[in-house]
Design a protein around this ligand. Structure first.
Ligand SMILES: *[C@@H]1O[C@H](CO)[C@@H](O)[C@H](O)[C@H]1NC(C)=O
Ligand SMILES: *[C@@H]1O[C@H](CO)[C@@H](O)[C@H](O)[C@H]1NC(C)=O
Ligand SMILES: *[C@@H]1O[C@H](CO)[C@@H](O)[C@H](O)[C@H]1NC(C)=O
Ligand SMILES: *[C@@H]1O[C@H](CO)[C@@H](O)[C@H](O)[C@H]1NC(C)=O
Length: 462
C-alpha cells in the first residue's frame, strides 16, 4: 500500500514536470506513453531533416516492415518470428566467433558446392534498409544494411539457379555499361567469402543465420550514393539466393563489416573508414546512415573498438538500473567480450549480468502485473488499463567511462498494445560473446571510427 502510494506520488510528480524523464534524487525513472512504444501506421519524417540534407552522402534508414518502408512484404513478421530469427542470428554469431577461437565448427564463408548441399531455411538478417544505385545507368535498389556482414550482394539476372521475389526489377548486368566480372586470379577474388573459380569467373558464397544463402559471380560496377559515385565497387551478383522470409523483398545487402571485401574497406580512400548511423526508435520513424569525415562525429562519448575478425568488438563494463550501478564483476563482461551489431535486435548479456539486470528491473516494476515469458524475453508485463507506465532508466557502460542512458524504446520491447518485455536477454553460456543490439542502439548517433579504433555514441539523434 505504502509502496503503491509512493509510486503514484512519483508518477504525479514526474507528470507534473511534463518531461518524459527526470532525476529524482539518485533514482531515475521514465514515464512512458504506451502509444509511443508501438509503431504508428503513418511514417513520420526524420527528426532532423536539415542534418540529413547537409551531410553527404546520407542514406535514409527505415525499418523494412514499417510504414516508412518502400517494400510491401506479403506478410509481416510477428514479434515472435522477429525474436526467433534474432536467436538464429545470435547462434550463428556465437558459432562463428567460437570457430575463430578454434572452439567450434565454421559457419559463414562456404564454397558454392557446400552451400547448395544445404536444405531448409532459417532466419537472422537485420531489419533496416537503405536505397543505393547500382550500374550505368544507375538502378535504385533496396538493400539491407548490416555491420555484421562483409560482402555486399544483389540478386542478378539471369538468376541461373534461383532468385526469390523482390520489389524492384532484378538487376540485369547486360543493361549496365560499367559492369565487369572480377577475374579469378585477383586479390579481391582471393579475399571474398567462399571464393571459388569457375573457368575465369570468380564465384562468391555467403550463408546467413543457419540456412539462407546467396551464391553467384563476384562482379564490379558503379555504386551511387547520391551525390557520390564509387567506381568499380565489388559485390556479389547472386545467381542462387534462398531465404525468402529473411530476405523478404529486398534486392540484396550492403555489408558494413570490417573485413577487406566490405563497403567500408573498399571505400577507405573516399570515406576514411568512418561512418555513422542512427536507428529509428520505432518502425514509423526514419534514421540515417552517413559516410566519411562529414559524419556526425561531434559531441560523442567514445569507447575503444577493435575491427574484426568479422565484427566490431568493444568492451562493456557495467549496467545500471534507475541510476544504480549493478554489482557485476567486470570479468563477467571482459571474459567473453562484446560486439556491436546493427543486425541483432535484442542485446545479449552474459548470464550473470542479465540476472542482475532483470532482478533490479523487476524490483522497480512491482506495481505492474507480470506476464508470461515471450520467446527469448522472460521479464514481461501486462499493462492492460494503463496509458502511461513508469519504468526505471537503464544505463550501459563501456570502457573509457562511456555511459549510455538508453532511450525508453531500448528498455521495453512491445509485444502488443498492452504487453511489453524488458528488451534484453541472457546468453546461456558465460563464454558466449555479449552483443549490443539494435533496439538498444536506437536514437543514438553511433560513429564507427576505424582509424582511431573508436566507437562514439551521442543521444537523441533521430
Ligand atoms: C560474367 O561471368 C559470367 C559467368 O562466366 C558470364 O555469364 C557473363 O557473361 C560475364 N559477364 C561479363 C560482362 O563478362
Ligand atoms: C528500485 O529498486 C531498488 C533496489 O534495486 C530499491 O531500493 C528502490 O526502492 C526501488 N525503487 C522503486 C521506485 O521501486
Ligand atoms: C500520459 O502521459 C502523457 C504525456 O506524457 C499525457 O499527455 C497524458 O495525459 C497521460 N495520460 C494519462 C492517462 O495519465
Ligand atoms: C567517469 O565519469 C564520472 C562521472 O561521469 C567521473 O566522476 C569519473 O571521474 C570518471 N572517471 C574517469 C576515470 O574518467
Amino acid at each position: 500500500m505504502a509502496n503503491s502510494l509512493l509510486i503514484s506520488l512519483l508518477q504525479i510528480y514526474l507528470l507534473f514536470l511534463s518531461f518524459s524523464t527526470c532525476a529524482l534524487g539518485l533514482a531515475k525513472f521514465y514515464v512512458v506513453d504506451l502509444h509511443d512504444l508501438t509503431s504508428k501506421n503513418v511514417c513520420s519524417p526524420p527528426k532532423d531533416m536539415e542534418k540529413i540534407k547537409s551531410v553527404k552522402p546520407t542514406l535514409k534508414i527505415v525499418d523494412r516492415q514499417g510504414p516508412c518502408s518502400t517494400l510491401h512484404p506479403a506478410e509481416k513478421l510477428s514479434p515472435e518470428q522477429i525474436l526467433s530469427n534474432d536467436q538464429s542470428r545470435v547462434d550463428s554469431i556465437h558459432h562463428r566467433v567460437s570457430a575463430i577461437a578454434g572452439k567450434g565448427t565454421t559457419s559463414g564463408p562456404l564454397s558454392p558446392s557446400q552451400i547448395t548441399a544445404q536444405s531448409g531455411f532459417s532466419y537472422g538478417l537485420g531489419n533496416y534498409i537503405v536505397h543505393v544505385g547500382i550500374g550505368t545507368p544507375s538502378k535504385t535498389l533496396t538493400l539491407e544494411f548490416d555491420t555484421g556482414s562483409d560482402v555486399t550482394w544483389i540478386q542478378c539476372k539471369p538468376c541461373q539457379t534461383y532468385c526469390y521475389k523482390q520489389q524492384e526489377p532484378i538487376f540485369d548486368p547486360s543493361q549496365s555499361s560499367t559492369f565487369m566480372n572480377v577475374s579469378c586470379n585477383s586479390t579481391p577474388c582471393n579475399d571474398v567469402s567462399g571464393n571459388f573459380c569457375e573457368g575465369s569467373s570468380c564465384l562468391y558464397g555467403v550463408k546467413y543465420g543457419d540456412q539462407s544463402y546467396t551464391v553467384g559471380y563476384y562482379a564490379e560496377d558503379t555504386l551511387t550514393l547520391t551525390p557520390d559515385m564509387i567506381q568499380k565497387f565489388r559485390f556479389g551478383c547472386g545467381q542462387n539466393n534462398k531465404g525468402k522470409g529473411i530476405f523478404g523483398e529486398i534486392a540484396g545487402l550492403l555489408g558494413l563489416g570490417p573485413s577487406s571485401e566490405s563497403f567500408v574497406s573498399q571505400t577507405s580512400d573516399k570515406y576514411q573508414r568512418v561512418f555513422s548511423y542512427c536507428l529509428p526508435p520505432v518502425s514509423s520513424s526514419t534514421g540515417y546512415l552517413n559516410f566519411g569525415s562529414n559524419s556526425d562525429t561531434s559531441n560523442t562519448n567514445r569507447t575503444p573498438m577493435k575491427p574484426g575478425p568479422f565484427y566490431y568488438y568493444l568492451t562493456m563494463t557495467g549496467l545500471s538500473v534507475a541510476d544504480k550501478t549493478l554489482p557485476i564483476s567486470p570479468t563477467v563482461f571482459s571474459k567473453p567480450g562484446t560486439i556491436i551489431d546493427s543486425g541483432t535486435v535484442i542485446t545479449r548479456l552474459p548470464p550473470d549480468a542479465y540476472q542482475a539486470l532483470k532482478s533490479a528491473f523487476r524490483e522497480n516494476m512491482t506495481q505492474y502485473k507480470m506476464a508470461q515469458s515471450y520467446s527469448i524475453l522472460d521479464t514481461c508485463y501486462d499493462f492492460t488499463g494503463f496509458d502511461n507506465v513508469t519504468i526505471p532508466s537503464v544505463g550501459v557502460q563501456f570502457e573509457n567511462n562511456v555511459s549510455l542512458d538508453l532511450d525508453s524504446n531500448g528498455i521495453l520491447y512491445p509485444i502488443s498494445n498492452t504487453q511489453a518485455c524488458l528488451a534484453f536477454a541472457g546468453n546461456s553460456d558465460p563464454n558466449d560473446m555479449g552483443i549490443f543490439g539494435n533496439v538498444q542502439q536506437s536514437t543514438f548517433n553511433v560513429v564507427y571510427d576505424i582509424p582511431k579504433g573508436e566507437i562514439g555514441f551521442s543521444p537523441d539523434a533521430c
